[in-house]
Design a protein around this ligand. Structure first.
Ligand code: G3I
Length: 564
C-alpha cells in the first residue's frame, strides 16, 4: 500500500547518543532553513521528500547490533537483499516460507521505514521447479506466486512498492534470453504487472535493471518497453535504476538526462541498488573518487522531481555481494567493514542536505490556471500566474502534467511560469495543469487545467503502417518483436489488421498483444481489446514467435496494415 512519506527518524542507538545530543543542541544555533549537519541521512532525505534506503540481509540483522542500529537510524526505506526472492519464499511448488520476508517487514515497521519488495519475477534465484514447467504451468505459477507474495502484504502500510520484473534485457537491448522469455515470450512482462496490480491495487509497480543509468542501447530498450506497456494500459508505475558502478569505468554522465526522459513517460523513477566498487586495496584517492560518484548519484535523483529516492545495496563493506562476484574489487559501500563512515557517507549526507532545508515541509502556493497560446499541430505555449514559496527552500520551478485518468504523464518541467510544449499529437485535445515545486521537493496542489486542441497535422494520410523487427533467432526459430503499428492518418482508428507471409515450413508457436490466425502461408493479426484505438501518429505493437526447419534462415515478410 502507498502511505505518506516517512519523516520521523528511527530510534537512535546508544552509540549515537553523544552525536545526537550535539545535533540537538546545534539545531538551536543554526539559522532557520539550514540542515542539522549531524542529522541522519533519513532526516535530510525526508526533508527533500525523498527516501534514502538500504538493502538488508537477515543474518547480520539478527546477529549484529551495530548493523541493526545503523540500519534503523540512517535509512527510511528497506529492500530485502535476498529474503523476498522466489527461492527464499517458494523453494518448492506450493510451499511458501515468509519467515525472512516477515523479519524484514517487521524490522521496517518497528523503525517507521517503508519496504520496497524485491523481486517477483527474475531469471536468477528462481528454483529449478519453476524453470522446468511448460508454458501454461509456468504462467500459472508466476501469477500464483505474485498473487500470494504481493497479496500477503497488500494491507501492510509498510510495503509500498515491488520490483515486478527484474533484469529482462540483454546489454544490446534485446530481451534477455531467460527461461521466462524463452517459454512465455514477451507477454510474461505484462502478465506479471497485471497480476501484481490485481493483488495490491495500491502498490507502486516497478521494472528494475542494471547498466541502464546512462542513455544507451539497454536503457533505450527499457524506455521503449515501458512506453509500449503503458500505451497498452499495463500498470507499470515506476522504473528502477540499479546503479552498480565502479570507479574505474567512469560515471554515467547522462544519468540525470536519462532519468528525465523516463519521468516524461509519466513513471516514477528511483535508484534502487547503488554501490560503487573499486579495485582493492582502498586508498584515500579512490575513496575520494568514490565519494564524488555517490554525490553525483544522489544529486541526479534530487534534481528530478519524479525521482522518489536512492537505495544503497547494503551499507557496510562487511556485508557486500561485490568481492564474491568481482574478485579483487570491493569497498563499494558507505561504511567500512568496522562500521566507520567513509567519505562516501559524507558525500551522500551532504548531497541530501544541500539545497534542501530540514525544516521545509511547506509546499508552494497553487499556480494560476495556465493560458494556452501559439497552439500548432505539435506544440503549444502555456503561461500561468507564478506561485510563491514561504517554507524556506525557495521556489524551484514547475511540473506540467497532462490530465489522463489514473496516472497523469508529466509533459515537461520549467523553471519559469511559462513553458513551450513540443512533440504533441495533431488534432488532439489536451487538458493540462501545473504544480509548483520548491527546493525541498514539496509540490503544490495542482492548478486548474486548461483545455486546448492541437491543429490538424499535414503528415501522410492512410489508415496505418506496420513494420516488424527480428528480435532474436536461433537455429530453428525466431521472435519478431516488436511489430509496430502506427496510425498514419489524421483521425483516430478503432481497430487494425496486419497481414504477413510465413515462409514454407514455418509455423507460429506463440504471440502476444494481438490475435493471430493462419491460412496457408498468410497470417492475419488483429488487435486485442486494449490496443485497437490509436489516435493520429500513435503506435502500438505486438509480437510473436515462430518455429522453422533446422538450418533455415528465412523470416516472415510483407507486412501490410489495414484499419476496418
Ligand atoms: O544462503 C546460501 C547459503 O546457505 C550458502 O551456504 C551460501 C554458499 O555460497 O550461499 C548462500 O546464498 C547466497 C545468497 O546470496 C545469500 O547470501 C548465494 O550463493 C549468492 O549467490 C547470493 O547472492 C546474491 C545475488 O543477488 C544473487 O544473484 C547477493 O547476496 C545479492 O546482493 C544480489 O543482489 C542482486 C539483486 O537482487 C539484483 N540486482 C543485482 C544485485 C547484485 O548482484
Amino acid at each position: 500500500m502507498l502511505s505518506s512519506t516517512l519523516i520521523r527518524p528511527g530510534t537512535r542507538p546508544r552509540t549515537f547518543a553523544v552525536a545526537a545530543l550535539l545535533g540537538l543542541l546545534a539545531v538551536f544555533f543554526l539559522p532557520v532553513g539550514q540542515a542539522d549537519a549531524s542529522a541522519p541521512l533519513r532526516q535530510h532525505a525526508a526533508a527533500r521528500g525523498k527516501f534514502i534506503g538500504t538493502a538488508l540481509a537477515t543474518g547480520p540483522l539478527s546477529n549484529e547490533t551495530q548493523y541493526r542500529n545503523i540500519a534503523a537510524t540512517e535509512f527510511n526505506q528497506i529492500t530485502a537483499e535476498n529474503a523476498m526472492k522466489w527461492d527464499a519464499i517458494q523453494p518448492n511448488q506450493g510451499q511458501f516460507n515468509f519467515s525472512g520476508a516477515d523479519t524484514i517487514v517487521n524490522f521496517a515497521t518497528q523503525n517507521n521505514q517503508q519496504v520496497h519488495g524485491h523481486t517477483l519475477v527474475w531469471h536468477n534465484q528462481t528454483p529449478g521447479w519453476v524453470q522446468g514447467l511448460n508454458a501454461t504451468a509456468m504462467r500459472q505459477a508466476m501469477q500464483n506466486h505474485i498473487s500470494q507474495v504481493v497479496g500477503r502484504y497488500a494491507d501492510n502500510p509498510a510495503v509500498v512498492s515491488w520490483d515486478v520484473v527484474n533484469e529482462v534485457f540483454e546489454e544490446n537491448g534485446n530481451m534477455r534470453s531467460s527461461f521466462w522469455y524463452n517459454t512465455l515470450g514477451l507477454s510474461f512482462v505484462a502478465d506479471a504487472f497485471r497480476a501484481a496490480r490485481a493483488a495490491d491495487p495500491n502498490a507502486r509497480l516497478c521494472i528494475n535493471d542494471y547498466n541502464v543509468e546512462g542513455i544507451n542501447a539497454k536503457s533505450t530498450a527499457m524506455y521503449n518497453l515501458v512506453q509500449s506497456l503503458r500505451q497498452q494500459n499495463v500498470p507499470v508505475d515506476c522504473v528502477g535504476f540499479q546503479t552498480h558502478l565502479a570507479i574505474q569505468y567512469g560515471f554515467p554522465t547522462s544519468f540525470q538526462q536519462n532519468l528525465e526522459r523516463f519521468a516524461a513517460l509519466g513513471v516514477q523513477v528511483r535508484i534502487t541498488e547503488v554501490d560503487i566498487r573499486m579495485q582493492m586495496p582502498r586508498n584515500s584517492s579512490k575513496d575520494a573518487t568514490q565519494a564524488t560518484y555517490y554525490r553525483d548519484v544522489v544529486r541526479a535523483c534530487m534534481a528530478v522531481s519524479a525521482c522518489a529516492g536512492v537505495t544503497i545495496w547494503g551499507f557496510t563493506d562487511r556485508h557486500s555481494w561485490v568481492p564474491d562476484t568481482f574478485p579483487g574489487e570491493g569497498a563499494a559501500l558507505i561504511y567500512d567493514e568496522n562500521y566507520q563512515q567513509k567519505p562516501a557517507y559524507t558525500a551522500v549526507h551532504d548531497a541530501l542536505a544541500e539545497g534542501g532545508s530540514s525544516e521545509d515541509t511547506t509546499p508552494p502556493t497553487t499556480p494560476g490556471t495556465p493560458a494556452a497560446s501559439n497552439v500548432t499541430a505539435s506544440s503549444a505555449t502555456l503561461t500561468w500566474t507564478a506561485s510563491t514559496d514561504t517554507g524556506g527552500s525557495g521556489l524551484a520551478g514547475y511540473n506540467v502534467y497532462r490530465e489522463q485518468g489514473a496516472t497523469d504523464p508529466q509533459l515537461g518541467q520549467s523553471s519559469t511560469n511559462s513553458i513551450n510544449l513540443t512533440g504533441l499529437s495533431a488534432s488532439t485535445q489536451y487538458q493540462v495543469y501545473v504544480r509548483a515545486r520548491d527546493g525541498a521537493g514539496n509540490l503544490s496542489t495542482p492548478s486548474a487545467a486548461v483545455t486546448f486542441t492541437t491543429s490538424e497535422g499535414g503528415g501522410p494520410t492512410g489508415p496505418c503502417t506496420a513494420a516488424g523487427t527480428v528480435q532474436t533467432q536461433w537455429n530453428n526459430g525466431y521472435v519478431i518483436q516488436p511489430v509496430t503499428i502506427t496510425n498514419s492518418g489524421s483521425s483516430a482508428i478503432n481497430g487494425w489488421t496486419v497481414t504477413f507471409t510465413l515462409p514454407a515450413g514455418h509455423s507460429i508457436t506463440g504471440s502476444w498483444n494481438a490475435a493471430l490466425t493462419t491460412s496457408g502461408q498468410t497470417v492475419t493479426a488483429r488487435n486485442v481489446s486494449y490496443n485497437g484505438n490509436l489516435g493520429p501518429n500513435a503506435s502500438t505493437s505486438f509480437g510473436f514467435q515462430v518455429s522453422r526447419p533446422n538450418g533455415n534462415t528465412q523470416t516472415v515478410s510483407g507486412y501490410t496494415c489495414a484499419s476496418p
